[in-house]
Design a protein around this ligand. Structure first.
Ligand code: EPZ
Length: 411
């Protein structure tokens, strides 16, 4: 799929942020932990979610979708997860944790995920072993069986949102007590914990540790998924990148974007907080900055590529992505647009550049959005190949972009 993007002078209007992709995926898997009906509200209509729903339907789970409301009934569920779609998204790995809790065994092919550097799952598998599972990784398929429930404490080699959530899912049913001493406490993790506790789980967060006390069984729930802070940040920087723009973002939880708002203001973007939203005004000049990307509440890695593009309007800026240091495939595409962006020793260096329209290629979900911003800044008309990635994680992106005046179309 190709997107045509033409330079845009200013943006005006409203963007309504949808439910969080990275919260919806684990919450859908959490729904498999009970035979009772689970209703999830504010579920984003995106490819990754729809692919995960196809996978769980394949496992015998009943799914009903009405707009952003999902009704899931996992009366029975198979444990052999071999649908090829598993390798199309990273979030399918949460099926390991949920099937281990529900059925105490799972066979699954390797998950996929954006090519933003290494995407290992060694922390997950190690965590399952330490909580009483037997893991047989044949490199084609992973077979995991829960042998015993035990009292154990886990420390990951580095913070991992996926591994934290997976261990929570896999240990919330049973007789074990599991403490994660260095959990990733991203808003999406807290969302899953809240949903599970509303289902009768006993998960406690204290002194930045998470303790999961296994319970006998979980009940059904109606649960509202949090809004997508990365979608909000994406549109925030889009509006902020075009001078004299004024865009209102609705359905924004300010505390999920604290550092993003600080950074945006620091580079000159005017941001006014309103009830459940933000008013974003694009400045004439973008100031330079140096950013260290890290786990929440640091600046999020999923907005790194997008910020890189905006900073091509500033003098020399630097970004270090400590989570995915190899998340640099967008730099080559931006250089095709005459951007002065280089990486050296895990640091991205950005200099003021006059972007020129070009034919570029989206390399992953967030790169796709970053190139749209670049296309709207560059003189002339740009063409973005493989824009399909965009639809994995953004709800009706073309409609939302056109609503604020961006000159885009799928050709
Ligand atoms: C989740 O990926 C998100 N994906 C990513 O969003 C997000 O960028 C990332 O968390 C932020 O931490 C989903 O939620 C589906 P991690 P995940 O485990 O779970 C290393 C997007 O654009 N690591 O927090 O893969 C890993 O390589 C996507 O929406 C291991 O070494 O991230 C990384 O360097 C992109 N072994 C660091 O830890 C493991 O077993 C943090 O990874 C797991 C992770």
């Amino acid at each position: 799929m190709i997107m045509k993007v033409t330079k845009t002078n200013n943006l005006f209007g409203d963007v309504y942020i949808s439910g969080s992709k990275n919260a919806a995926l684990p919450c859908i898997c959490a729904a498999l932990l009970t035979k009772e009906q689970v209703k999830l509200i504010n579920v984003p209509d995106i490819e990754d979610v729809n692919n995960l729903l196809t996978i769980i339907k394949d496992l015998g789970v009943k799914v009903k979708k009405e707009e952003d409301i999902l009704t899931i009934s996992a009366g029975r569920v198979k444990t052999k997860v071999i649908n090829h779609l598993v390798s199309k998204l990273r979030g399918s790995y949460y099926l390991m944790g949920s099937l281990l809790a529900r059925k105490r065994k799972v066979q699954i092919i390797y998950p996929g995920g954006c090519e933003i550097g290494e995407r290992p799952i060694d922390f997950h598998l190690q965590g399952f072993k330490e909580t009483g599972c037997e893991v047989n990784d044949t490199k084609e398929i992973i077979e995991i069986t829960k042998k015993i429930d035990k009292e154990t404490s886990i420390t990951f080699p580095s913070l991992s949102m996926g591994a934290t959530i997976n261990i929570i899912l896999s240990t919330c049913i049973g007789n074990g007590i599991t403490t994660i001493t260095n959990p990733s406490l991203e808003p999406e993790t807290l969302c899953v914990i809240e949903m599970l506790n509303n289902m009768g789980a006993c998960i406690i967060i204290e002194d930045n540790k998470i303790q999961i006390n296994g319970v006998k069984k979980l009940k059904g729930v109606n649960y509202h998924i949090i809004y997508d802070r990365i979608e909000a940040g994406s549109y925030l920087f889009l509006a902020g990148s075009i001078p004299f723009s004024k865009v209102t973002l609705h359905n924004v939880d300010h505390k999920h974007l604290e550092v993003v708002i600080v950074v945006a203001r620091k580079i000159g973007i005017k941001i006014t907080k309103i009830d459940n939203g933000l008013i974003v005004e694009g400045p004439e000049k973008i100031n330079k900055t140096n950013i260290l990307i890290g786990p929440y509440p640091f600046f999020p890695t999923d907005l790194q590529q997008i910020l890189t593009v905006v900073l091509t309007r500033s003098d020399t800026s630097k970004i270090e992505d400590a989570i995915f240091p190899d998340r640099i495939a967008h730099l080559k595409e931006l250089r095709k647009m005459h951007a002065y962006v280089y990486d050296y020793n895990r640091i991205i260096y950005i200099k003021k550049s006059k972007l020129k329209s070009s034919k570029v290629k989206a390399t992953d979900l967030r790169c796709a959005f970053a190139l749209i911003i670049a296309g709207s800044m560059a003189k002339g008309t740009s063409y973005i190949m493989d824009i399909d990635y965009l639809f994995r994680g953004y709800v009706t992106p073309v409609k939302k972009l056109k609503a604020i005046g961006l000159n885009v179309e799928i050709i």
